[in-house]
Design a binder for this molecule. Structure first.
Ligand code: KG4
Ligand code: ZN
Length: 356
């Protein structure tokens, strides 16, 4: 065992979407290993995650991924104090693979099972690296499935302040990229191409929300991009991009007109403006001491740069902890372990599990 001091060792397992992940975390903070097997190659040709294929790939990968996480950390099964697993939200067939395997391991090893909410996991990806964070904190969880704002009064105490009423921000990135022939996932590609365009070239006006002013809506923006493609003749370049085999950034840039680069920059700027506007408003309303941004879209370079300029105390996870991983699941489980908040073997995978 690598850890030279006596600390709680938790094995985390994550399989909520298209990444099979396992990690060993000591004392809720020290990552001993983190293994992520991506299914990108399986889904890329469909332009998004295909649920049936995702569960099949999880089944294929899970045993090897867990074994690798243990090997990399030089931790064996008998040294583990507990196993934590993502119980939801996510794709039910994918969640089931992780939940069932975690239950079987806990039964065989006679150690406690801990159920973790995937969204809480994302929040812990930041807490894990910033233990000095000040509460109350505001958490913006922004990924392919979520655009949620939570008040975090203290570790483990969440209140939902606002959420998307339709598409998540990452979903909008993925749909726009698919529409324009940029492939999947769209976020990283658009993020890398946006600096080559003019972010103020295309003006998108987002509908004003009735009701909770902290709720988001991104489906109108996606439709506005669709309208833009109907008014600008980019059919040939879109078809050309679609036909590229494993393009790198330079290939995609060469295959993209300045007009389209301007569109991408304007789309990204509109998303960033929306995220930061809501976050600033919520932070002011609740008197946040710090702001946590987590989830795949937290990788976005434009968002990170512009958040820093707002003057608020923003905390982002390192890029490898921004997207789905199991270290955040093991980290989120630590306080539950201390409270003996264990799950039974009747634990169910819950596609729409709520955090607050
Ligand atoms: O957290 P995550 O790995 O999985 C979910 O729980 O959804 O997030 C994946 C999402 C995808 O929609 C992807 O396009 C987006 O995060 N994403 C980004 C960036 N990197 C990943 N969006 C914007 N900019 C990025 N750099
Ligand atoms: Zn996620």
């Amino acid at each position: 065992m690598k850890v030279g001091y006596l600390q709680t060792l938790i094995l985390g397992i994550e399989s909520s979407c298209d990444e099979t992940a396992a990690a060993v975390v000591a004392g809720g903070r020290h990552i001993q290993s983190s293994v992520v097997a991506s299914q990108l190659d399986t889904h890329v040709k469909y332009g998004g995650v295909v649920p049936e294929l995702a569960s099949r790939e999880h089944l294929r990968a899970i045993v090897a991924v867990v074994r690798q996480a243990l090997e990399n950390s030089s931790v064996d099964f008998p040294s583990l104090n507990a196993i934590a697993v993502t119980a939801g939200p996510g794709l039910v067939g994918s969640l089931l693979v992780g939940v069932t395997y975690a239950k079987a391991l806990c039964f065989a090893q006679k150690i406690p099972l801990i159920a973790v909410n995937h969204v809480e996991g994302h929040i812990h990806s930041v807490l894990l690296e910033n233990p000095e964070i000040q509460f109350p904190a505001l958490a913006l969880v922004v990924s392919g499935g979520h655009t949620h704002l939570f008040e975090v009064k203290a570790m483990g105490h969440y209140r939902l302040l606002g959420k998307t009423r339709d598409d998540a921000a990452g979903e909008a990135y993925d749909k726009v990229a698919k529409l324009l022939g940029f492939g999947y996932p769209g976020g990283p590609i658009i993020d890398k191409l946006a600096p080559y365009g003019n972010p103020r070239a295309v003006k998108f006006t987002l509908a004003k929300m009735k009701g909770n002013e902290l709720d988001f809506s991104f489906s109108g923006l996606k439709t506005a991009v669709l309208r833009w493609t109907e008014q600008n003749d980019i059919k040939a370049e879109t078809a050309h991009r679609r036909a590229l085999k494993n393009p790198n950034l330079a290939d995609l840039r060469a295959a993209t007109s300045q007009t389209t680069l301007d569109l991408l920059a304007s789309f990204q700027q509109t998303v960033i403006d929306e995220l930061l506007r809501h976050t600033t408003l919520a932070a002011d309303q609740m008197g946040a001491e710090s702001i946590i941004v987590a989830g795949g879209v937290a990788c976005n370079a434009g968002l990170r740069a512009q958040a820093k300029r707002t003057g608020f105390a923003y905390c982002f996870p390192s890029p490898q902890l921004s997207t789905d991983n199991a270290a955040m699941i093991a980290a989120a489980a630590y306080s539950k372990f201390l409270r003996k908040d264990f799950a039974g073997f009747d634990l169910k995978a819950q596609a729409s599990l709520m955090l607050a």
